[in-house]
Design a protein around this ligand. Structure first.
Ligand code: ADP
Ligand code: MG
Length: 335
């Protein structure tokens, strides 16, 4: 797209790569599923079947906010797509394609190669393709829009939770926050804990297979991006219900289990960026939840229940009520 403001930045110094060379070299691949991919004014997709609804979601990663300057480009390629796929997972949609809108300070071949490698490795793993986007010069900003499909009426929504539903979470929670604390100097981790938790923060696994397997089983779902209790709050508000969460039941990785109880709770309950699925299902569906988890090869843990009574109650293993001091991340509120 043409710019309208004069000379916003100096011309590129690293390699003499133009906007269209860059798109052609790094972001144009033959399409297999789309009717038309990169190169025209729009991409064209064909819906997989009648009765399917299109699921769309965008997520943006901004340098200095979501990642530090100098972050590994290959991990960024992975993460930019992973956080978007996580949103499709949370509604139980099957990913099909995505677009990439990016602002880059310069056309740096080494950065672009790494970014494209991370991006396409995850895209190939999910059999989805890049069908278009926009490329502009500016402070580094990476925005993907993912497109997927879900049979009409089968999307897992935040609004579907019902009183007496079990509350479940996939995988383990708190690892990304543990890594962030180390990176920010709040605490320090040994080499093994650091490697394990940094991998979770930089290369999250979107739980796409689990989202698909939970169609028709779960009542409500959300992906944990801002913090487990904060994201649970979205389900509660949208569903008009409350919940009781058993803090000590939340699944933790070995690295997190080795931390103090206080730090473990902070990371698990307030930490975001884990991209696990938090979902509700009726107690009668416990076997079906276990079957979905097995089918998706993704462990799930029951951490509480949905109540008719509003608000969130946090309890420990003995049933003692705990203060909920675990606010999640908010771009405009969190200092
Ligand atoms: P237009 O001016 O019509 O919006 P552009 O000149 O911006 O199109 O882009 C040319 C083509 O390259 C379009 O098909 C667009 O979707 C695609 N494109 C631009 N940037 C990217 C990108 N980062 N990744 C994938 N495709 C891109
Ligand atoms: Mg055009």
């Amino acid at each position: 797209m043409r710019r309208t403001t004069p000379h916003p930045l100096k011309p590129p110094m690293t390699v003499p790569l133009g906007e269209f060379d860059l798109i052609a070299r790094y972001f144009t691949r033959p399409v297999r599923r789309a009717a038309l991919g990169v190169g025209d004014d729009c991409a064209l997709l064909t819906a997989p079947a009648a009765g399917e609804q299109l699921a769309i979601s965008s997520d943006m990663l901004v340098e200095g906010h979501h990642f530090l300057p100098g972050a590994d480009p290959e991990s960024l390629g992975h993460k930019t797509l992973a956080v978007n796929l996580s949103d499709l997972a949370a509604v139980g949609a099957k990913p099909m394609a995505f677009t990439l809108a990016m602002a880059l300070p310069e056309a740096d071949a080494r950065w672009l190669e790494g970014f494209a490698r991370g991006l396409f490795a995850l895209a190939d793993a999910h059999d989805i393709e890049l069908v278009g986007g926009d490329t502009t010069r500016g402070p580094r900003n990476l925005c993907i829009t993912v497109l997927g499909f879900v049979p009409r009426g089968q999307a897992l929504l935040r609004s579907g939770a019902r009183p007496s539903d079990d509350l479940w979470v996939s995988g383990t929670v708190g690892d990304a926050r543990l890594a962030l604390g180390h990176r920010l100097g709040e605490w320090s981790l040994d080499a093994a804990a650091q490697a394990a938790s940094v991998a979770r923060m930089d290369r999250p696994t979107p739980r796409v297979a689990l989202g698909l397997a939970l169609r028709g089983v779960a009542h409500a779902a959300i992906d944990v991006s801002d913090g487990l209790l904060a994201d649970l709050g979205h389900i509660l508000r949208r569903s008009g219900v409350g919940a009781t969460v058993q803090a000590d039941a939340c699944p933790a990785s070995p690295a997190l289990r080795a931390q103090s109880a206080q730090r473990q709770r902070l990371c698990q309950l307030a930490g975001g960026d884990d991209y696990e699925l938090l979902f509700t299902a009726p107690p009668a569906a416990r076997n079906a939840v276990a079957a979905a988890a097995a089918q998706a090869a993704t462990p799930v843990t029951r951490i509480g229940r949905i109540d008719a009574e509003p608000d969130l109650r946090l309890i420990d293993a003995s049933g003692q009520v705990l203060d909920n001091v675990y606010a999640g991340f908010d771009h405009f509120r969190t200092p």
